[in-house]
Write a protein that binds this ligand. Structure first.
Ligand code: SAM
Length: 388
């Protein structure tokens, strides 16, 4: 494996798409033919991430969009995001809610507030919710989640959704018994990001108590239990290479992921990566944004039927980042539904958007954004991927 670092600042970031009238270069034509005729191989995936040619970038984007429309249709699936607690026993070095961040007031929403918020999401037609929090493994927490899942299921039944909204849990590494209990309570999807498929990089991002092997094991258990499993990585981490990212793409395939939620790494002032203090360089904002968009396109081309989220982190780097994500092949959005009064306490990274917009404002704004790129919301539907 080569260890070539990311290209430094690249000017094509802001280049407009190639106009229809502009003839494509021979290389872009060849790339278009290759992408149309077969699944991308390692060399092609690497090229998708690395090319700096505007006409090739537009060819990649169009190929990803075409694959999306053919395999998943033009709808965007919504999962109302409820960040119900920032209490965390883990200490991921990159994360703003890590245990060691003492500058943060900790909160956990009351069960009734979580259920009310989920019910509101259902009434908006979101079809699914994500319950996300920091990590805890005590029995009180396990029971609390089971109770929340059951209550949400009961209270969001409707003629369109007789089994209530779909529930994705995103609460970290747990025991097989706990995962099984929550599945039995009614959660059918689980989002657990691998963060990186590189064992070396994973080790640099986490304390020794949080291991690569344990994370992989959790993903495998979740699959075995019958969850639809989402995973993903952070993109543009200091020290990460293009080859690491290509490995991530094959990792998504090999783990048979049903959903991918990935986004750019964004620093947090209370969560400085220890190895950055030793001088590791991080790609600049434009490079991280472009890499994240290319990763979406590459995932769509490699795994055409999968669900891919256009994450909030994209919007943090660019005002229209999530729309760009949709244009590069994403088909899932997680509208912010966390109650306003606690939203600032769930800052995973600096500059998180929508901190002052109510959930209602987020819903209105989102529909316009989705329509602006020629897509429509899939309402009152869990919105699972066709892949199984
Ligand atoms: N505790 C659960 C877990 O670890 O899966 C769920 C919550 S965790 C805060 C959700 C995700 O936030 C992580 O998987 C990570 O990828 C992302 N995240 C945390 N800090 C980040 C940062 N500085 N930049 C980008 N993403 C970040």
């Amino acid at each position: 494996m080569t260890t070539q670092a990311f290209p430094v600042r690249i000017e094509w970031m802001k280049a407009p798409p190639a106009k229809a009238a502009t003839p494509l270069s021979a290389a872009a034509l060849e790339l278009a033919t290759r992408l149309a005729s077969s699944l991308p191989d390692r060399e092609t995936l690497r090229h998708i991430l690395a090319t700096q040619q505007p006409d090739e970038i537009e060819v990649i984007r169009q190929a990803a969009e075409k694959a999306l429309l053919k395999n998943c249709g033009d709808t965007v699936r919504l999962r109302g995001l409820i960040e119900f607690s920032n209490r965390c026993i883990s200490d991921c070095y990159y994360c703003g809610i890590r245990r060691s961040n003492r500058a943060l007031a900790r909160y956990t929403l009351k069960l009734a507030e979580i259920v009310d918020t989920a019910r509101w999401c259902g009434e908006q037609g979101y079809g699914s919710v994500v319950l996300q929090s920091g990590e805890r493994r005590d029995a009180k927490f396990t029971r609390f989640i089971s109770a929340a899942v059951r209550a949400i299921k009961e209270q969001t039944r409707s003629p369109e959704l007789p089994d209530g909204v779909g529930i994705t849990l995103c609460v970290g590494e747990q025991s097989p018994e706990t995962y099984a209990e929550w599945f039995a309570a009614g959660a059918h999807r689980y989002l657990l990001r691998m963060e990186t498929s590189s064992p070396e990089l994973f080790t640099r991002l986490h304390p020794a108590t949080q291991t690569y092997a344990s994370r992989i094991n959790c993903l495998k258990i979740l699959k075995t239990l019958g969850y639809r499993v989402g995973t993903g990585v952070m993109i543009g981490l200091p020290g990460q290479t293009l080859d690491d990212l290509v490995d991530d793409l094959f990792f998504f395939r090999d783990i048979s992921a049903d959903m991918i939620g990935m986004g750019p790494y964004i620093p947090h002032e209370q969560a400085v990566l220890p190895y950055m203090e030793a001088g590791a360089a991080m790609p600049d904002v434009a490079t991280r944004l472009q890499l994240a968009l290319r990763m979406i396109a590459a995932t769509r081309l490699l795994l055409p039927g999968i669900n891919i989220a256009a994450t909030t982190a994209l919007q943090t780097l660019s005002e229209d980042g999530r729309e760009q994500g949709l244009r590069f092949g994403a088909n899932v959005i997680m509208p912010q539904a966390t109650p306003l009064r606690v939203r600032r306490q769930y800052t995973l990274y600096d500059g998180k958007p929508c901190l002052d917009d109510s959930a209602g404002q987020c819903a209105t704004c989102l529909e316009g954004r989705i329509n602006s790129v020629g897509r429509r919301i899939l309402r009152d539907n869990w919105g699972d991927s066709e892949r199984r």
